[in-house]
Design a protein around this ligand. Sequence first.
Ligand SMILES: [Zn+2]
Ligand SMILES: [Zn+2]
Length: 186
Amino acid sequence: MLMFFVSVLIVLLVGDFASTFLYHVPQHLWGKLHLRTHHDRSRSYWDHAVLSKDPEILLDGLLGALPYMTIAALLVPISMWSAAGALFGLLLGQIHVWWRHTTELGYQSPAWLVRLARTFGMVLPEDHDGHHRNPDIEFGDIFRFYDVPARAFLNYARAFQRRRRSALRRLQRIRALRMLRTTQQA
Ligand SMILES: [Zn+2]
Ligand SMILES: [Zn+2]
């Protein structure tokens, strides 16, 4: 019985961690699919996160859900309770996807729920709305405590890319100068 609750927690906690750092953050850094679909400002996000049957949008959703499903698949063979917990965890995760996209429909979390969510670090629809308004903030699908490390990693990777680009540019300038000198000497 305990295994049921442990499995639910593992699917949500580890699943969100894996999805954030293996899919969501890399997509924001190097990908196009998630930015083109989930962050497409030309359409409502309720529409593309919940209703849409567009294959690209479905693919983004599937890739984001894959880490949760992998964790669940690892828990299923352990016992009957762990299997039930894993499946229930996936169900909760899916319900959270729908719920966190309801801000646009006018949903507002009541004060008691805001307090509860802050205690457990849970993402509220209002929080996820922030990620749609500014794609550089509010990472973590279900848990907000993944936001700080996700942003730290994003900044680190971006700074690294900038440094590499400017080093490459410097190298190109040096090469061009050398070429110039050799042609002048000839
Ligand atoms: Zn969203
Ligand atoms: Zn995003």
